[in-house]
Design a protein around this ligand. Structure first.
Ligand code: 2E6
Ligand code: F3S
Length: 324
């Protein structure tokens, strides 16, 4: 059994630890874009720039932007009339830009374009008179934002297969469904299948709404988890896509821990661990991956191996308001 070594033990004598690093991991195109929007807004308009909700669910990112002049608030009523405000990558209900316009606030919307795409699908489905079943996690800001694209009562939230069984709808004749972008690919397939079984006429998007980054990170962790004794996922407990990476690892039969920073690693976790899987949610900077490897190297003689399942080339354009 490999006991973790105290930091004064020379690393050369420490037991070997193979670290299997998933790729893709970490920042997606929507997160890159959202962070750049805040940085450019601060450069262009000067601090303070208000941000409604954490721009992405990561404390390190939020703290760095706060140091540059961003002020994070939860609601628009905390934003003064003369300050610019950025909406987070998760999207906002229609009532938020409406309120900003009423107050003549200058706002920049950092909603990920893939979340905005779901918003537009919701609008189209309502125009067709459909009642929408939305698969997502209650209380998550993206869910609040997407449900807030349609008039109250026209979208019903389900989280699980059991929720589908318990659905009571006034009219089952004209239904459609949409999903949150950061769900478990496998669990969602089961919920969609339950919907199609119960409501054979239900219509859905051609390609599911789970985004490319979420799917790719889940596929990548599936490649490393079965060979790992433990998987570490770097991400915030608020981060839906990061939480899903923990679940996916656990479904592969391996213990997995969500950590925000390297200092949260308990050396006792590494007892008996010869191969450690490592990945990061879409809102976790690569710097934190390096920090974790450096911390592990204080205790063990680390060998890194990256397993690439796919290459990502997605880039999203910045909003025009930042250049006009
Ligand atoms: C916006 C939409 C999707 O909690 P969640 O995974 O949704 O969010 P973050 O901030 O952890 O990841 C990026 C993101 C933003 N994902
Ligand atoms: Fe967008 Fe998916 Fe990232 S919805 S913010 S590309 S995790």
């Amino acid at each position: 059994m490999n006991a973790p070594f105290p930091s004064e033990t020379p690393v050369t004598d420490a037991p070997h630890l193979l670290v299997l690093i998933a790729a893709p991991r970490g920042f997606c195109a929507g997160v890159d874009r959202a962070i750049e929007i805040v940085e450019r807004a601060i450069e262009r308009f000067g601090p303070p720039v208000y941000v409604r909700h954490e721009i992405v669910h990561n404390k390190y990112v939020v703290d760095e932007l706060r140091a540059k002049g961003a002020v994070f608030v939860e609601e628009l009523d905390e934003v003064p009339n003369d300050a610019p405000v950025v909406f987070s990558a998760h999207g906002v209900p229609k009532s938020v830009p409406a309120e900003a316009e009423r107050r003549k606030l200058f706002y920049v919307d950092a909603t990920c374009p893939l979340v905005s795409k779901v918003h537009r699908q919701a609008e189209r489905q309502i125009e067709k008179g459909q009642h929408i079943i939305f698969i997502g996690h209650a209380g998550h800001p993206e869910v609040i934002g997407t449900m807030g694209q349609v008039p109250e009562g026209q979208m019903t939230l389900v989280e699980t297969v059991d929720d589908v069984a318990e659905l009571e709808l006034e009219d089952e004749s004209n239904l459609s469904f949409l999903t949150q972008t950061t769900l478990s690919v496998d669990d969602t397939a089961q919920v969609v299948s339950a919907l199609r079984t119960r409501f054979p006429g239900i219509v859905g998007p051609k390609a599911e709404d789970i985004c490319y980054a979420t799917s790719n990170r889940q596929a990548a962790v599936k490649q490393i988890a079965p060979s790992s004794d433990l998987v570490l996922v770097i991400g915030s407990p608020k981060s839906s896509n990061s939480l899903r990476l923990v679940e996916v690892s656990e479904k592969c039969g391996v213990d997995a821990k969500l950590i925000q920073r390297a200092d949260e690693i308990d050396p006792a976790w590494l007892e008996g661990v010869g191969t450690l899987g490592l990945t990061a949610g879409a809102s976790a900077p690569e710097k934190l991956v390096r920090e974790v490897i450096d911390k592990l190297s204080e205790w063990r003689s680390v060998e890194e191996q990256t397993l690439v399942t796919t290459e990502e080339k997605m880039v999203f354009k910045l909003p025009r308001q930042l250049f006009d």
